[in-house]
Ligand binder design. Structure first.
Ligand code: NAD
Length: 503
């Protein structure tokens, strides 16, 4: 589609087919590289959400909850193959609506694919335990069963990967899913969801409803929605957690972040500078694991800032379909918000080393660009440090010692990811033990766990006690049952009204 083509209609995917109704409310989807409206998205009413949940409940009851593990894993293997087949197409949809460069978009599809691969092992993942003769002729065993209809509500910054953190595991565990993508870039999410039908999943087991607060509230309060996996900003995550749990659901709500990278004097400064650039400006800083606060121990801070500044001079900002390192921000409103943080940083007295507002970019039209920006001598109390910016703005804070750096990180209300750069194994080991953050990197700037471990932060970065995917994902999407069983052989044991005792 050329940048000036008429916007296409984007609608819900219900029981394997695009919705054919008429929506009372719609919203605009942009191509962030050109600023043009590329799509008009149908927004679901609460009545429509209710109908979709009813259809999902029916599909769960009749066709999926008792589907054998063999049948489920065959669907999962086929889905994995289809996602792999279509990865470039999905990546192009991400770039067209999110703006991130194509290689980055492909990277997120591949990380999502790893969760589908993990879910292919569902027969072993839900295996229970069995104890023979717990009591004489009494066996005890545990099983894990599906919950029913579960909701997945996702953010704009990973339209393929974040839904894939949850959906394959929820389906593998025997649930039906209602997925509500971000209204800013829904097309990649819908395209991935459509592959399930081709993979042989019965209609109604996966559905996509597009929408805003009305759709989210309908899911959070519907009695047949048993669990909610949410990813987004901290205020909305808190709201989703509180509302969902008040309505009796299990909820995992992953929120915002302020990720610190602590650089000790003995670190390889070239490695640290490369890492700061990649983790600070990849995806225009629109990653929940982006490094936004670089904490440098004083003696190396000048040299490190210089190295980062040099590298920033080589970065190309532009349309993600061209030869760019960094794309635009997702919307004009978000770009303006991030720009207002740059202004606030200058006003608060931080040193603006590289000003992205004046940076050049390579694109047609008026895209939502802001080039990489670097602040030095940032301190707590400045909004550029205290708040999540979610843009290409990296702040350097200077500390005198490791202890001061650690105290700064632990005082921050967020606890999603963090990294230490050092060549001292003892210091790294102390850091992993003492830091109050859910995901820690040692000389690794974006420590996103592999799919068979679980992803999630601490403090204001996650509400609920389950992290995403891995063993915790399987646990979240199933509930346990323990059966105590006796088959009398050869004869009846007689009446006994006493409390049963093991013998
Ligand atoms: P967002 O909170 O604006 O939106 C997330 C979801 O909530 C969307 O589906 C949206 O439609 C819905 N929503 C928005 N406003 C709502 C309201 N008032 N009531 C109910 N639902 C509402 O987040 P975003 O801008 O799409 O995504 C960026 C945020 O997500 C950042 O804060 C980022 O750190 C966070 N994030 C966190 C993780 C993590 O793993 N912790 C991962 C990715 C993104």
């Amino acid at each position: 589609m050329s940048s000036t083509s008429a916007p296409t209609r984007i609608t819900h995917l219900i029981a394997g087919a695009p919705w054919t109704g008429r929506s009372e409310r719609t919203s605009e989807v942009f191509n962030p590289a050109t600023g043009h409206v590329s799509g008009i998205l149908d927004l679901a009413s609460s009545d429509l959400v209710s109908d979709v949940v009813a259809g999902a409940q029916q599909a769960w009851q009749t066709s999926w909850r008792n589907a054998s593990l063999a049948a489920r894993s065959q669907v999962l293997f086929r889905f994995r193959e289809l996602l792999n087949r279509d990865k470039e197409r999905i990546a192009a949809l991400i770039t067209a609506e999110h703006g991130k460069v194509l290689s980055d978009a492909l990277g997120e599809v591949l990380r999502g694919l790893e969760v589908a691969e993990f879910a292919c092992g569902i027969p072993t993942l839900v295996r229970g335990s069995f104890t023979e003769n717990a009591s004489t002729q009494v066996d005890v065993y545990s099983i894990r069963q599906s919950l029913g209809v579960v909701a997945v509500i996702s953010p704009f910054n990973f339209p393929a990967m974040v839904p894939l953190w949850f959906v394959p595991i929820a389906i593998a565990c025997g649930n039906a899913v209602v997925l509500k993508p971000s209204e800013k870039d829904p097309s990649a999410t819908i395209a991935v969801a459509a592959l399930w039908t081709e993979a042989g999943l019965p209609d109604g087991v996966i559905n996509v409803v597009n929408g805003d607060k009305e759709a989210v509230d309908a899911l959070l309060t519907h009695p047949d929605v048993k669990a909610v996996s949410f990813v987004g900003s901290t205020p909305i995550a808190r709201y989703v957690y509180e509302t969902g749990t008040r309505h009796g659901k299990r909820v995992q709500a992953l929120g915002g972040a302020k990720n610190h990278m602590l650089v000790l004097p003995d670190a390889d400064l070239d490695l640290a500078a490369d890492a700061a650039i990649n983790a600070g400006f990849g995806s225009a800083g629109e990653r929940c694991m982006a490094i936004s606060a670089l904490v440098a121990v004083d003696v190396i801070a000048d040299e490190l800032v210089e190295k980062i500044k040099d590298r920033m001079g080589k970065l190309r900002t532009g349309d993600g379909t061209r030869d760019s390192d960094m794309g635009p921000l997702v919307t004009g409103a978000h770009r303006d918000k991030v720009t207002s943080y740059v202004e606030a940083g200058v006003e608060a007295g931080a040193e603006l080393v590289v000003d992205g507002r004046t940076g050049a970019y390579d694109a047609e039209g008026a895209g939502f660009f802001l080039a990489p920006t670097l602040f030095d001598k940032v301190t707590p109390g400045m909004s550029i440090y205290d708040e999540e910016i979610f843009g290409p703005v990296l702040s350097v804070l200077r500390v005198a010692t490791y202890d001061e750096g650690l105290a700064l990180i632990n005082a921050n209300p967020y606890g999603n990811g963090t990294a230490i750069f050092t060549n001292d194994g003892g210091a790294a080991r102390r850091f992993q033990n003492e830091v109050e953050v859910g995901m820690v990197g040692v000389n690794v700037p974006i420590p996103v766990p592999v799919s068979y471990y679980s992803f999630g932060g601490w403090k204001n970065s996650l509400f609920g006690d389950s992290h995403a995917h891995g063993a915790e994902g399987v646990h979240f999407f199933t509930r346990g049952k323990v059966v105590t069983s006796r088959w009398l052989d050869p004869s009846h044991g007689g009446l006994n009204l006493g409390f049963p005792q093991n013998s």
